[in-house]
Design a binder for this molecule. Structure first.
Ligand SMILES: Cc1ncc(COP(=O)(O)O)c(C=O)c1O
Length: 364
């Protein structure tokens, strides 16, 4: 990520020990074939130290915190920001205090955070309640806040993904970028990054940014359609990363999408589950929020086939952190004794033969 230091507020390469950024832009040939798309790329943002695109923002804020001699860094999170901060803080010896919603946080991600020595504060309320409390704690105790919407560096770190996409496509911008949206920082940062490429004179336009929200947590999709301010509501989706009812960076996200002549689409929990399963068939494991972009592309594929443009899906979170989301539809386990009769092995052979014939069946 620090390769782009000329376009960042500072160079943190000497101060941050974990590798961040430089994630691959993949062509999933089987996925393209199933979807009938020729020009779909997957920007795999799950390859950071904690498995999500939050690692870019974590790196830049941690370097800033250390330069300001802060010992404690805090945030509120739906799960991945806190996981990322737990990892980054451990790597440099800072103390991390992580505010999460007691009912919203995945138990596995909470364990993950504690594995890196973080202090987790479970708030008996929503993510928005956790956010308010974390800000109050930062003010009261003088802790460094990594919070989205408060700390302007998060968007600076995250904008570097736009530079990478441009570079990886041979110094060209794509036509569409599909982006999962919770608070809105990721999509606003992409807009900023592409805008900076235009201002540097190396790109002639910004790609259309397509914000993807869950049906049960879609305040920005509704606001974009109505042209009015979003109405804060209670988020209701199992995709925790985008389970946000009152986005902290909503205005900037709406402006970025509008400026790109993009749009917002919503997807159901089932559609995200389906996208996770489809990507698993390609050998890639993402969490539902991370795969929301592909769920939206499945929905919009007729339009994408017609337009024929180059499409990038941002895949924002790895599936490895929470086994509850792993697709369980197709695998099988057999237990046999070392001296198993041939008849026992026959059942295994039958299953393998059946898998060989059905493996390529994909329903969209
Ligand atoms: C996996 C995943 N995807 C997408 C998002 C949404 O990002 P943003 O809040 O920047 O809109 C999050 C946020 O936590 C996330 O964890």
């Amino acid at each position: 990520m620090w390769r782009w230091s000329d376009l960042l507020p500072f160079d943190g390469s000497a101060d941050y020990p974990l590798p961040v950024g430089g994630t691959p832009l993949l062509v999933a040939a089987r996925l393209n074939e199933w979807l009938g798309l020729k020009s779909l790329w997957l920007k795999d943002e799950s390859r950071g130290p904690s498995g999500s695109n939050k690692d870019r923002a974590t790196a830049i804020t941690i370097v800033d915190a250390r330069r300001k001699s802060m010992a404690v860094i805090a945030c509120a999170s739906t799960g991945n920001v806190a996981s990322s901060l737990a990892v980054g803080a451990a790597a440099v010896g800072l103390t991390a205090v992580l505010f999460v919603s007691r009912d919203g946080v995945s138990p596995q991600k909470e364990r993950f955070m504690r594995a890196f020595g973080a202090t987790v504060v479970k708030v008996r309320g929503t993510y928005e309640d956790a956010y308010r409390l974390s800000e109050a704690a930062c003010r009261t105790f003088g802790w460094y806040s990594r919070n989205t919407g408060i700390n302007p560096l998060t968007v600076q770190g995250k904008k570097t993904v736009a530079f990478e996409i441009w570079e990886q496509l041979g110094r060209q911008v794509p036509d569409h970028v599909f982006v999962p949206v919770g608070d809105g920082v990721t999509i606003a940062a992409l807009g900023l990054g592409f805008d900076e490429l235009v201002r540097c004179g190396v790109a002639d336009r910004i790609p259309r940014l397509i914000g993807v929200q869950a049906d049960g947590a879609a305040p920005l999709a509704a606001a974009y359609r109505s042209g009015e301010q979003w109405k804060a509501g209670v988020a209701n989706t199992y995709a925790d990363g985008i389970s946000v009812g009152d986005p902290q960076f909503g205005t900037e996200a709406l402006v970025a999408v509008r400026k790109s002549r993009g749009e917002f689409v919503t997807v159901t929990d089932n559609q995200m589950r389906h996208a996770v399963a489809l990507l698993a068939k390609c050998g890639m494991l993402f969490e539902p929020a991370g795969a929301a972009s592909v769920a939206a592309i499945i929905r919009a594929r007729a339009m994408l086939i017609d337009s024929g443009g180059r499409t990038v899906a941002l895949l924002t979170g790895a599936g490895l952190k929470d086994p509850r989301w792993w697709p369980d539809e197709r695998g099988a386990t057999f237990e046999v004794s070392p001296d198993a009769e041939l008849s026992a092995l026959e059942a295994i052979g039958a299953r393998v033969r059946q898998r060989m014939t059905t493996n390529h069946v994909v329903s969209l």
